[in-house]
Design a protein around this ligand. Structure first.
Ligand SMILES: *Cc1c(COP(=O)(O)O)cnc(C)c1O
Length: 219
């Protein structure tokens, strides 16, 4: 199977999953996660017409994507990895969507940078649904208050939530928790599901799935 075959297979699985769940395929966005893969590996997916990509490091994305965007200017880039405040300016420049707003310092820096650059990426709040100490994300019980803080104190428009379930647990429980939080604050975007569990995530309401290794192979 080539990278293009893998991409087509994942697209088909997303479509079938959405129909099986009574949803419309166009309501589920596949984010192709290209972290650690170089331009040569990414090119077949661009040539196949895919335009939405995820990277987990600001610096890596900054090295890789400007050249690719010269040829494919309508690419939409998503930051799915943790954000440090000293990288916020560059993140605002490079990314169209940031999935990992998770603390006040980042909210504050983002607000300042977005205004300075007059560029407004879409923002999602990452929730640490498993309360894992090594993982980024706001604790689930603080998620609603944090969204309100982002909105009221910093004027940020938060569009939804992202989570990465613990590797050794049933992801469905975590997807359900994220959905419940999103319903509480009436936000539409749910970024959840990776190579191993994106079909479950679609069943449980994901609007964005982030798939890497199922397309590019192991990292
Ligand atoms: C790497 C990564 C993915 C993709 O994981 P795969 O298992 O390769 O599909 C999704 N989301 C985040 C936040 C990641 O860092």
């Amino acid at each position: 199977m080539t990278i293009k075959d893998n991409l087509n297979q994942v697209i088909t699985q997303c479509e079938q999953g959405s129909i099986a769940s009574g949803r419309k395929p166009k309501d589920i966005q596949l984010i192709v996660v290209s972290k650690t893969f170089d331009a040569e590996a990414i090119m077949p997916t661009l040539e196949a017409g895919h335009r939405v990509f995820g990277e987990n490091k600001v610096q890596e994305a900054g090295l890789k994507w400007p050249a690719l965007k010269e040829k494919f200017s309508d690419v939409e880039l998503h930051l799915i990895g943790p954000l440090q405040s000293n990288k916020t300016a560059e993140a605002v420049t490079i990314f169209d969507v940031i999935h990992t707003v998770d603390r006040e310092k980042i909210a504050k820096t983002l607000a300042k940078e977005m205004k300075a650059q007059n560029k407004y990426p879409k923002l999602l709040v990452q929730v640490n649904t498993g309360s894992e100490p090594q993982k980024s994300g706001i604790e689930p019980q603080h998620a609603v208050a944090f969204v309100k803080l982002c909105q009221d104190k910093y004027g940020l428009e938060i569009k939804g939530f992202m989570c990465i379930p613990p590797a050794d647990e049933n992801p469905g429980t975590h997807f359900a928790l994220l959905k419940k939080i999103a319903e509480e604050v009436e936000l539409p975007i749910l970024s959840m599901g990776m190579s191993s569990d994106f079909e479950t995530a679609i069943e449980m309401g994901a609007t964005h799935v982030r798939v890497g290794s199922a397309i590019f192979g192991a990292r």
